[in-house]
Write a new protein. Structure first.
Ligand SMILES: [Zn+2]
Length: 268
C-alpha cells in the first residue's frame, strides 16, 4: 500500500507540473484541459442553450448587439492560443439581465441586459468583460479546480500504468457542461476580466469610462428587487467600481489612439 501511495503522489505531481500555466496578467493557473476540449464544451453548451431559450426576433436589437460584439472581438490580439476564428453572437428574448461568452467563439446576450447596458459603450463593457473570461481560459480553470478531487482517481490510473488518463478526464468534462456556464467566477478572475475587457473595448474605440456607469447601473438595478443574473455568476463588491476607475488612466490612451486610427464604432 505504501508503495502504491508513493506512485499515486508522483502521478499527481507530474500532472500538476504538466498543467501549470500563466494567465494573461501573470497569475498562475491550473489548466487540465486542452483549448480544443474546452472549445468543444462551449459549443455544445451553446447549442443546448439555443434549444432552451428563445432567440430574439428583434432585428434592430440583434444587429446592435452583433455590431458591438464584432467591433470588440476584432481587437483580440493574435497572441491568444484559444482565440476563436469566428464568433457567433445571439440575442436571446429573455428578461434576464445577463450575458456570457463561451470558449469556441459564442456570445449570448439576454434582451433584459439592454435595459441596463445603455448604449454601445456600456454593452461593449459587458461583452469585453465576458470575452476576456474566455481568452484568459477561466472556464478551463474552473473546470480544472472542480475536478481536482477527481484527479486522485486519474493520478492513480497514471501511477498504475493504465492508459485511462484521457478517458476519466473527458468524462469529467461532460459533467462540467453546466459548470462551465453557470458557476460563479472567482474574484481574481473577475479582476482579470475587468482589466482585459477594458483594454479590448478601448482598443475597439468604445469609451472605457462607460464601464464605470455600467457597473453602477447594474448595482442600482437590484435595489429592493432581485439581483441581476449577471451578478450571481460575476461576484462583485463595492471596491470593484473603484478598481475600474483606477484602471482608466491605463486604458484611456488606448481609447484615444483607437479613435484617432479611425476605429469609431457607430452601433445603434
Ligand atoms: Zn465576470
Amino acid at each position: 500500500m505504501k508503495h502504491k501511495g508513493f506512485r499515486f503522489g508522483l502521478g499527481l505531481l507530474l500532472l500538476s507540473l504538466a498543467a501549470c500555466s500563466t494567465s494573461p496578467t501573470g497569475r498562475r493557473q491550473l489548466l487540465l484541459y486542452s483549448d480544443n476540449d474546452v472549445a468543444q464544451l462551449g459549443l455544445t453548451s451553446f447549442e443546448q442553450l439555443k434549444k432552451q431559450t428563445k432567440v430574439s426576433k428583434n432585428a434592430k436589437q440583434t444587429k446592435f448587439v452583433q455590431c458591438v460584439a464584432k467591433a470588440v472581438t476584432e481587437q483580440i490580439p493574435a497572441q491568444y492560443s484559444n482565440r476563436p476564428a469566428q464568433w457567433e453572437v445571439v440575442l436571446f428574448d429573455d428578461p434576464q439581465i445577463n450575458a456570457f461568452a463561451l470558449p469556441g467563439g459564442r456570445i449570448g446576450v439576454y434582451s433584459g441586459l439592454l435595459g441596463i447596458a445603455k448604449g454601445q459603450d456600456q454593452l461593449a463593457a459587458v461583452i469585453g468583460h465576458e470575452v476576456s473570461h474566455v481568452l484568459a481560459k477561466h472556464s478551463n480553470e474552473r473546470l480544472s479546480q472542480s475536478q481536482v478531487a477527481n484527479l486522485g482517481m486519474v493520478a492513480a490510473d497514471m501511477a498504475l500504468g493504465s492508459s485511462g488518463y484521457r478517458q476519466p478526464a473527458m468524462a469529467a468534462l461532460g459533467v462540467g457542461v453546466q459548470v462551465g456556464v453557470l458557476l460563479p467566477y472567482g474574484r481574481e478572475q473577475e479582476t482579470e476580466a475587468d482589466l482585459l475587457g477594458l483594454s479590448l473595448m478601448a482598443n475597439a474605440g468604445f469609451d472605457p469610462r462607460q464601464a464605470v456607469t455600467l457597473w453602477q447601473n447594474m448595482a442600482q438595478s437590484h435595489k429592493g428587487k432581485q439581483q441581476p443574473e449577471l451578478l450571481s455568476t460575476h461576484p462583485s463588491d463595492g471596491t470593484r467600481i473603484q478598481a475600474i476607475q483606477q484602471l482608466l488612466p491605463r486604458v484611456m490612451p488606448l481609447y484615444q489612439a483607437a479613435r484617432q486610427a479611425g476605429r469609431q464604432p457607430k452601433c445603434q
